[in-house]
Design a binder for this molecule. Structure first.
Ligand SMILES: [Zn+2]
Length: 491
């Protein structure tokens, strides 16, 4: 199959080597040493995959969603079972034990994975029957055993599909359970599925689900509605007095910043609720001091236009006219549905804005007056109401942090320090632009509230979901980094 050919064999050699190393470590060294080396933190899937990547000497990206080939699965388990470099022999042993399904497919199936795992955790390895996990009467016995050992999650018991493809993330978790029994691995939370064309409807559904799943921790507020009446939602996370705003998708084509904030919200809530550190941060403790306001989609009409086409909006005619008069394709539409660039519509040096379109268009028209649009007005009013200690606006693209709008003296130093800290965590440069045009939300926050306001550009190409993993790895702790920097600064 095409995708299995793409998998990097060398990388899996490193992974297998790491697992053997870990296995031997567990076998021959004392628990304290193991503790010291791994510091035995609870890892979620993403973090574990990241650990593997470090050991794999940064051999490319390990994508947790990619399917695992049968060959790779065998390699990993051969290493675990002492058949390293004797995979063919091991494969014969497995075939005789009836581990494999009859289907001659090149990807590892879930039934096969669990039978492989069962071999390793049973005292009499040779007696693993291939009828295990096939929904027969005795199904529950090995499933319960594996669940007790923490190798599989209990929910699988009721929705087990033996033919389902095993993903790399699952293989990593199962192998880690066996190789490092002391390692606690938690499933990554599953409400937000960020690697998709993330629409307004999906966002609304996910926000409702998260608010219901984390009562007292996540609360929703509607801060306004768009031109076409779509809700502009904000989710508050935490109970601290210092408030940090995180906003996204003020520009329509930058819709990938919405799932970025949604995933961040879910991960932070999940780790806070379970008392687990995330990226080394004690999230629960932090949320006693700060609260985050996630505003994941400021321009829901524009996002709907870009993802679902003009027909999904009430403004198809005028949108098509603006597109005809512009050389900007629909996929790069930035404005709201009336052709106003919301991030040129804020009252900060607005009259002096240069290099902007003079009439409604897909990008860069600043409006006939500041705050002419309901979306910019909603964010403006909400900001004045909450008076956040810091704002972070997500945009795409460029991998850079902007932070400057004519602030001076101590505020200049403070904001530069913050930008430097965020940029270091992201691996992005931070930039003091020479021409601070104005009109942006960030510009207005800096001049009106006199608090730090950052603008982060993620990725290198708008709307390319292939960049998701990279963007997520760079940005997942960003809110926590910002909170910590802010708290340190104010001590
Ligand atoms: Zn933008």
């Amino acid at each position: 199959m095409e995708y299995t050919q793409k998998l990097n064999r060398q990388m899996f050699f490193f992974i297998a080597a790491f697992i053997v190393f870990a296995y031997l470590l567990g076998k021959f060294f004392s628990a304290p040493l193991k503790q010291a080396i791994f510091n035995s933190p609870p890892l979620d899937e993403w973090e574990y995959i990241n650990e593997l990547e470090v050991f794999a000497n940064n051999w490319g990206v390990i994508d947790g969603d990619l399917p695992v080939s049968r060959e790779e699965g065998i390699k990993v388990f051969a290493a675990l079972e002492g058949y390293r470099d004797r995979e063919q022999e091991y494969e014969t042993v497995l075939a005789e034990a009836g581990i494999f399904s009859d289907d001659d497919v090149s990807v590892l199936a879930r039934g096969e994975l669990f039978r492989l795992a069962a071999r390793l955790v049973q005292a009499e390895k040779t007696e693993v029957s291939r009828s295990y996990f096939y929904g027969t009467e005795d199904t529950d016995v090995p499933l319960d055993m594996l669940a007790q050992l923490g190798i599989i999650e209990v929910p699988y018991e009721r929705q087990f599909a033996p033919d389902a493809i095993v993903t790399r993330g699952e293989l990593a978790r199962v192998a880690a359970r066996i190789a490092l029994p002391d390692l606690r691995i938690t499933n990554a939370p599953l409400t937000v599925s960020p690697k998709q064309e993330y629409t307004y409807e999906i966002m609304c559904g996910d926000l409702e689900t998260l608010a219901a799943a984390y009562p007292g921790l996540v609360t929703l507020q509607e801060i306004g509605t768009s031109v076409e009446g779509r809700r502009i939602l904000a989710a508050k996370l935490g109970n601290g007095n210092k408030e940090i705003f995180l906003d996204a998708a003020i520009h329509a084509c930058e819709w990938m910043t919405t799932p970025l904030l949604m995933k961040m919200l879910e991960e932070y809530a999940h780790h806070a609720r379970h008392g687990q550190a995330y990226g080394g941060y004690d999230v629960a403790a932090m949320l006693q001091e700060v609260s985050f306001w996630f505003i994941p989609m400021l321009n829901p009409d524009g996002v709907t236009l870009v993802l679902e086409g003009p027909g999904a909006t009430e403004h198809a005619q005028s949108v098509n006219r603006m597109l005809r008069q512009s050389d900007r394709p629909l996929k790069r539409w930035k404005a709201n549905i009336r052709g106003v660039d919301l991030n040129r519509n804020f009252p900060a040096s607005w009259p002096y804005l240069v290099k902007v379109d003079t009439k409604p268009s897909p990008a860069f028209f600043k409006g006939y007056e500041p705050l002419s649009e309901p979306e910019s007005r909603a964010l403006y009013d909400f900001t004045l109401e909450r008076r956040p200690a810091m704002t972070i606006s997500y945009h795409q693209q460029g991998e850079i942090v902007y932070w400057y709008f004519r602030q001076k003296g101590e505020r200049l130093e403070r904001d530069r320090t913050l930008a430097q800290g965020l940029a270091a965590a992201l691996g992005y440069p931070y930039y003091r632009q020479l021409l601070a045009n104005g009109g942006k939300y960030m510009d207005w926050v800096i001049s009106e509230l006199q608090v730090p306001a950052m603008l982060i550009e993620v990725g290198t190409d708008v709307g390319d979901l292939g960049q998701w993993d990279r963007i997520w790895r760079q940005n997942r702790y960003l809110g926590l980094v910002a909170a910590e920097l802010l708290l340190t600064l104010q001590e």
